[in-house]
Design a protein around this ligand. Structure first.
Ligand SMILES: C[S@@+](CC[C@H](N)C(=O)[O-])C[C@H]1O[C@@H](n2cnc3c(N)ncnc32)[C@H](O)[C@@H]1O
Length: 142
């Protein structure tokens, strides 16, 4: 737990704890085995016990889990890969543009940006991103 976790609402803390635990069950979500199938060696990253998948410690050590409000908190930068899947449907229209600026601004030049399969880049941002995979909505910052 981070020092700042102590100031959080219990619900937020428990969400972060669940994320840090890194346990996924096929019965509660998608076919995880199928999602991992393209990897030549998924056992390098997860331990599998039937329908239960546990992300390995050495993978989790690379990840910092924290609460970040894209409307209220300070902008971040310098990311090589940003996933922003199915977020904007939750954002009121008055904040959409600034949230999009915030998340795309966090991607460093040459880095990748991924949105949900039913979403797309706003027209005014298309000039600064090259489409890598149109169907999967993967873009690369120029
Ligand atoms: C439909 S879920 C998508 C979750 C995940 N990205 C996915 O594709 O499965 C929408 C997410 O947006 C997050 N969200 C909503 N408002 C936010 C905000 N102001 N700042 C950061 N995240 C926000 C919610 O917490 C929720 O996890």
């Amino acid at each position: 737990m981070n020092a700042s976790d102590g100031e959080m609402a219990p619900a937020v803390r428990s969400i972060l704890d669940a994320a840090r635990a890194g346990v996924y069950e096929t019965t509660r979500t998608t076919d995880i085995g199928g999602e991992l199938a393209p990897l030549s060696d998924p056992e390098k990253y997860v331990d599998r016990d039937g329908d239960r998948f546990q992300v390995k410690e050495r993978v989790k050590r690379l990840i910092s889990f924290e609460r970040h409000d894209l409307i209220r908190d300070r902008r971040k930068s310098g990311f090589q890969l940003v996933f922003c899947r199915n977020l904007l449907i939750y954002i009121d229209s008055e904040y959409k543009e600034s949230v999009f600026d915030t998340v795309t601004g966090a991607v460093e030049p040459g880095g990748y940006f991924v949105v949900g399969m039913t979403e797309s880049l706003p027209r005014d941002l298309r000039a600064s991103f090259e489409t890598v995979d149109k169907r999967r909505r993967i873009y690369r910052k120029e």
